[in-house]
Design a protein around this ligand. Structure first.
Ligand code: DC
Length: 213
């Protein structure tokens, strides 16, 4: 067990808002686990594509889900997910095909329900900083530590280009915000931080100042 098990920090926001870097930095400073829930949706999307299943064919994705086991754990305070025993690299999780399919896969309620169970399990025995789209609204609605990290669309596109990643952010934002199942929303009780003109350190400081233990 690591860190304060009751400390659950939910960080939501759109793609390339900086939430992942902020969440990782914060978890490391606090000595608790960092979990990218997007990484979990990406891992299953990779598996969908690996099996030749079209992410747009919900029934086929659901049939594959039933035959899939996830193994969630942590390594050096970073959450890991293996799909049927296979751990995936960063490159596999962020490739162009996964970027293109992940919003479709993540919109399927049965997929969300399986992965939300895995996400909640992280907080049973340890403190956690988890980032995603619905962490404050659905996964941990009772936590007092909810943050929504935003940035302008221009800044977010620029950040992805600088990382050399081909990612249709605008299309993904639209799908993630307009889907029926757990869309990206700003939780009512979240602290909103606009990171457009702030450094990572400045965002981390702002979050730390608002934390309640
Ligand atoms: O944070 P990310 O870009 O790695 O997330 C990839 C996709 O996963 C994102 O487009 C929507 C989905 N996602 C989600 O639906 N719910 C979450 N909690 C996290 C990610």
């Amino acid at each position: 067990m690591s860190g304060n098990p009751s400390l659950v920090i939910a960080i939501d926001g759109p793609a390339a808002s900086g939430k992942s870097t902020v969440a990782k930095r914060l978890a490391s400073e606090l000595g608790i686990v960092f979990v990218s829930s997007g990484g979990m949706y990406r891992a299953f999307t990779w598996w969908v594509l690996e099996n030749g299943v079209d992410p747009a064919r919900t029934g086929d994705v659901e049939a594959l889900l039933e035959k899939t086991e996830f193994q969630c754990g942590e390594q050096d305070n970073i959450g890991t997910i293996a799909v049927n025993g296979q751990l995936l690299s960063r490159e596999q999780l962020a490739n162009e095909a996964v970027n293109g399919g992940v919003s479709l896969v993540a919109a399927i309620p049965s997929v969300r329900s399986r992965l939300v169970d895995e996400q909640r399990a992280y907080a049973k025995e340890r403190g956690v900083v988890m980032e995603g789209r619905d962490i404050g609204s659905v996964v941990f609605p009772d936590t007092s530590n909810k943050f929504y990290i935003d940035a302008s669309p221009e800044v977010r596109e620029q950040r992805r280009r600088a990382e050399g990643i081909d990612d249709s952010i605008a299309a993904r934002d639209k799908m993630d915000s307009n889907r029926k199942a757990s869309p990206l929303v700003i939780p009512e009780d979240a602290t909103v931080v606009d990171s457009s003109d702030l450094s990572i350190e400045e965002v981390v400081e702002k979050v730390k100042k608002s934390l309640v233990s």
